[in-house]
Design a protein around this ligand. Structure first.
Ligand code: ZN
Length: 155
């Protein structure tokens, strides 16, 4: 399932990418570009922009209700009846949406903090923007957040 998000949903786009979804993010208010890309790539539009929702005549779109990113995520997963596939989690760059590649530990020496290098074994790299990922970073609280969403706790 592929998505395209409007400017006010930057945090949600990052979260959907962490979960492994293919997410395009339009950082400027350009409705025409949004619709063209949604139709071309068969992407579901997610937006909080009701003016845009009312104007849309083509494509699939969901109006996101909440301001809170965990409730936004809960709504998307619920409305579309999506189960998060653990296999796909942490497989995409949260900045540019490119799929990550595993890199050998020796190759990233000096490119991550020494503490990280000494304590982590698995590293992944984005070949597009060169960002390096490892399991102990901001990924850390993702599982906890997902559990909260599943058990119905909102924050
Ligand atoms: Zn990247």
């Amino acid at each position: 399932m592929k998505f395209i998000l409007t400017p006010e949903l930057g945090r949600l786009s990052k979260w959907l990418r962490i979960l492994g979804f293919d997410v395009a993010y339009i950082s400027r208010d350009d409705i025409t570009a949004l619709i063209i890309q949604a139709l071309r790539d068969n992407r579901i539009i997610l937006t909080r922009n009701t003016r845009l929702l009312n104007k849309l005549r083509v494509g699939r779109a969901i109006g996101i209700k909440s301001d809170s990113v965990s409730l936004q995520l809960k709504q998307v997963l619920g409305d579309l009846n999506i189960r998060v596939d653990q296999q796909n989690m942490f497989s995409r760059c949260t900045i540019c949406n490119t799929e990550l590649s595993r890199v050998d530990k020796e190759k990233i020496q000096g490119k991550v903090p020494e503490y990280v290098f000494n304590t982590q074994e698995e590293f992944f790299s984005c070949l597009a923007c060169r960002r390096i990922y490892w399991a102990g970073t901001h990924w850390g609280n993702v599982r906890r957040c997902l559990e909260e969403i599943r058990s119905g706790v909102s924050s």
